[in-house]
Design a protein around this ligand. Sequence first.
Ligand code: NCD
Length: 304
Amino acid sequence: MRDDHLLTSKHLTRADIEGILDRAAEIDADPGALAGKHDGSLLGLLFFEPSTRTKMSFETAMKRLGGDVVDMGSVESSSVKKGETLADTVRVIEGYADALVVRHPRQGAAKMASEFVDVPLINAGDGAGHHPTQTLLDLYTMREAAGLDDLSVGIMGDLKYGRTVHSLAYALSNFDVQQHFISPESLQLPREVVYDLHQQGASVREHEHLDAVLETLDVLYVTRIQRERFPDENEYQKIAGEYQIDMATLEDATPELTIMHPLPRVDEIDPAIDDTDHAAYFEQAHNGVPVRMALLDQFLGGSA
Ligand code: NCD
């Protein structure tokens, strides 16, 4: 089995992360430099859950590198509908593509799938597990806006089911960052993640309310309550609508506060914030392209 799949952010070192972010910055500065470099390469897209940004930015990145994508399409229109297993599906599609991107509702699915293939496999979200490529673009955005050291970062919302949060927290533990986790008790960060972060020497605090820390934050990373992962709709309804921010919330924030969100947002961020200097979430989504170009370039044969 190959060992260069990207399944979580747990094993990414500071040097790994900085290498990809530096490469993405070079690409951002000169977007045409890699045009045609991976002419003829194909990326297999297997999305078993909805996606807009992740799928389209992978596709854009691959095409900007000169390659193309082969897309399984929706679950409804594929053989998955006939009962095909994930293991069989990836074994077939690896024969068509040079690398695979997999999103699946089941936690651990990407890791399981990676054990059946000989091409690099990238996890684009496995249930409430991980989403490491989102983390790389989050870090890219954070670095551009505020640097990545001596930073106070608040991560708010659904910390239990939010896979972007899990991947981001592990990656941030490589940097000199104070991490503040803000959520209702029922949506706290999983205890094993908190344990791991402590083991890695990360500086971690948990809060129930944003106002306890807002004025100390350099970055506030807001997340959507992951409705589709709640076993009970009533539990979702109890929490929906909390942990929102609007212009009044920001009265206690520093003028430099950077607000991020992996998107899609539902009602967590009032659109009135979009036009302020705080808002970095659309820029964050755009950064998915250079970051995924840097990553795919690495996966498809290096940066020579
Ligand atoms: C996130 C995801 O799929 O985990 N979306 C994304 O990839 N930008 C966040 C979410 O769905 O809330």
